[in-house]
Write a protein that binds this ligand. Structure first.
Ligand SMILES: Cc1cc2nc3c(=O)[nH]c(=O)nc-3n(C[C@H](O)[C@H](O)[C@H](O)COP(=O)(O)OP(=O)(O)OC[C@H]3O[C@@H](n4cnc5c(N)ncnc54)[C@H](O)[C@@H]3O)c2cc1C
Length: 315
């Protein structure tokens, strides 16, 4: 079996942007779609902050357009789930559910980071109908409305604080009295007059009506009684899991599991393996930043292949 010059794993904005660049450079990348073709934006409705669409664009349509753009230049797409990768030597060997073993001279990892959910009834059914995991993405839709943020870490404090720009009121719900968040982030949230606190409450169920979320049912851990906090929106801010399990620890990660790339590039610790998008981005996690690093990964990969070819000619 001959090796592909490049295999891109994942078809979110990062992987598809890398595919567009590599296909236009005549490198015929193979793109493996994975469990969620089109990535996270296929789970949302309107995207209003991706440049180039003054009226906004539906998430699935945006991703379909990116895919078509990559196909137009010759990127090959295949459905499959990468189970493992052997990076001990090049070409790298991939074991792909549904496709068997594949080989690649270079790899681009763009497998994203999945938001953690509470796992309570009514939550997943109402994603896009009031339930969100991204304040930057969806805060704007909640102007003048009441919002609940669930979580007790820095990101929950950050999201709550950010959401007060739009919401009439933000209620922070956490299952314990103590917060994991750093003191400085807690102080900032506590001094914000628009934020109120509902601590020591365990979320039980998201309540909704025909127009979306109406409330969050919680258990008061002190009294054991259940109550419903009325709300128009629920932001779940309990963290993300970068999708890196299939890499079996061969690439360096930070303490939260995000892939580490060399500053200012998409190079990982294994030469020929590049990472882009949310899987290496603990900070921004936006479609446009994912697409930007996808472009970087393609250019880094192209240069790597050129250098390999040049060294073969010299040898
Ligand atoms: C509900 C929601 C709304 C959002 N709204 C906005 C918004 O309005 N604006 C904005 O800028 N951002 C928004 N975001 C964030 C944005 O979607 C992400 O930042 C972006 O999708 C990250 O792109 P990515 O390419 O890194 O990864 P993802 O989009 O997460 O794509 C990951 C890809 O990797 C594949 N994959 C994973 N594991 C494997 C494997 N083992 N084998 C093969 N393939 C695999 C998946 O199938 C998928 O195709 C939103 C996110 C969510 C969840």
């Amino acid at each position: 079996m001959s090796a592909y010059k490049t295999i891109i794993i994942g078809t979110g904005p990062a992987g598809l942007t890398a595919a567009i660049y590599l296909a236009r450079a005549n490198l015929n990348p193979l793109v493996i779609e994975g469990p969620e073709p089109g990535g996270q934006l296929t789970t949302t409705t309107e995207v209003e902050n991706f440049p180039g669409f003054p009226e906004g664009i539906m998430g699935p349509e945006l991703m379909e357009n990116m895919r078509k753009q990559a196909e137009r230049f010759g990127a090959e797409f295949r459905s499959g789930w990468v189970n493992s990768v052997d990076m001990s030597e090049r070409p790298f060997k991939l074991s792909v559910e549904g496709l068997g073993e594949l080989k690649a001279e270079t790899l681009i990892i763009s497998t994203g980071a999945s938001a953690k959910y509470l796992g309570i009834p009514g939550e997943k059914d109402n994603v896009g109908r009031g339930v969100s995991t991204c304040a930057t993405c969806d805060g704007f839709f909640f102007r003048g409305k009441k919002i609940i943020v669930v979580g007790g870490g820095d990101s929950a404090m950050e999201e709550a604080h950010f959401l007060t720009k739009f919401a009439s009121e933000v209620v922070l719900v956490h299952r314990r009295n103590d917060l994991r968040a750093s003191k400085i982030m807690q102080d900032r949230a506590r001094s914000n007059p628009k934020i109120s606190w509902s601590l020591n409450r365990t979320p039980l169920e998201v309540e909704s009506g025909p127009l979306g979320v109406t409330g969050l049912k919680v258990r008061n851990n002190e009294t054991g009684e259940d109550e419903t906090i009325a709300t128009d929106g629920l932001f779940v801010a309990i963290g993300h899991t970068p999708n890196t399990k299939f890499l079996g620890g061969q690439l360096e990660t930070d303490e939260t599991g995000y892939l580490i790339v060399k500053p200012g590039s998409t190079e990982t610790n294994v030469p020929g393996v590049f990472a882009c998008g949310d899987v290496q981005d603990n900070k921004y996690r936006q479609a446009i930043s994912a697409a930007g690093t996808g472009c970087m990964a393609a250019l880094d990969c192209e240069r790597f292949l050129e250098n390999v070819e040049a060294s073969l000619i010299e040898a």
